[in-house]
Write a protein that binds this ligand. Sequence first.
Ligand code: NAP
Length: 324
Amino acid sequence: MRRIVCQEFGPPDRLKLDESPDPRPAAGEVLVRVHAAGVSFVDGLIAGGMYQLKPPLPFTPGLVGAGEVLAAGPGVPGLAAGRRVVGSSFGMGGYSSHWVLPADAVVPLPDAVTYEVAATAVESYATMLFALTRRTAVQPGEWVLVLGAGGGIGLAAVDVARTLGARVIAAASTPAKRAAALAAGAQVAIDYETEDLKTRVREITGAGAALIIDPVGDPFAEPALRSLQAFGRYLVVGFTGGSIPRLPLNRVLLDNRSIVGVDWGAWSRQDPAANQALIADVLGRVAAGELHPVAPVTYPLERAAEALNGLARRQIAGKLALLP
Ligand SMILES: NC(=O)c1ccc[n+]([C@@H]2O[C@H](COP(=O)([O-])OP(=O)(O)OC[C@H]3O[C@@H](n4cnc5c(N)ncnc54)[C@H](OP(=O)(O)O)[C@@H]3O)[C@@H](O)[C@H]2O)c1
């Protein structure tokens, strides 16, 4: 098999392409021939040793991959060779032509969903469906402000919020990212590098945003918090801006606002069965045309570092996949 290996924590350029014998599944595991592996910001954080989970070295990055089952170990009913599946595991290994995973980390893939879309939609859409149905409940007609709206989490947030009936304001730094967010269903787009978030959100909504989805943090977190309406909720999703915001809690007390943490990864590890059901729900909604993840830009496996650098340098609108 061919795979990307992280031998030491550091920037993506230190990742190596490796060839080794194909693995075999043990009891309770499946071997998947990976056709597409999702590339996400988290993969770069993990390879850089900057994520809350530090896997033992060496390891193969890649939280999500889609492909066909080649073989199943003993005790794995219902996942015969040839079955199209998507796998997701914080044990990682997706940047690989052949991937052995626990059977409970694999979900059958509807025929209508391509490997590329599945590999790149699962992480961001599962996070957003988890956030908007289990960490808070978005109400039809509510104004939702999405930061980093042209990125992976951002575009999924726009799409899921719209599908659940909300109105979306997309904030992003480039015309391409704002155009992608508008195409995903946002009503309005703000250039948060040059426009004042609080002023613009108040102009658009009157009372303020009912909900903020924040995968970015500084320097936009405090102006976003100040744009929140009474009883509004602020969902903390990530910190691509680099530093962890320190927010004035009087702005939470005033007007009965709430700050809500979202950690899909922790929940998925605590309750794998519920996570499998959530991913199946995402894929079913994509197959039914209710959710609309964009097709990713694709790279060959050996260009994994280039793909990760594009995300880290803030250059990508939408999603990226590796084709092992
Ligand atoms: N909490 C959870 O359960 C969960 C699950 C999945 C991912 N996440 C986290 O969510 C965050 C976003 O992930 P993603 O997949 O959406 O990433 P992404 O596709 O790279 O998008 C992130 C966006 O952040 C913005 N950004 C602002 N400052 C940046 C900087 N200095 N460097 C890079 N990007 C910057 C960029 O938009 P602009 O250029 O428009 O500002 C970029 O498009 C990550 O921190 C990830 O770890 C959390």
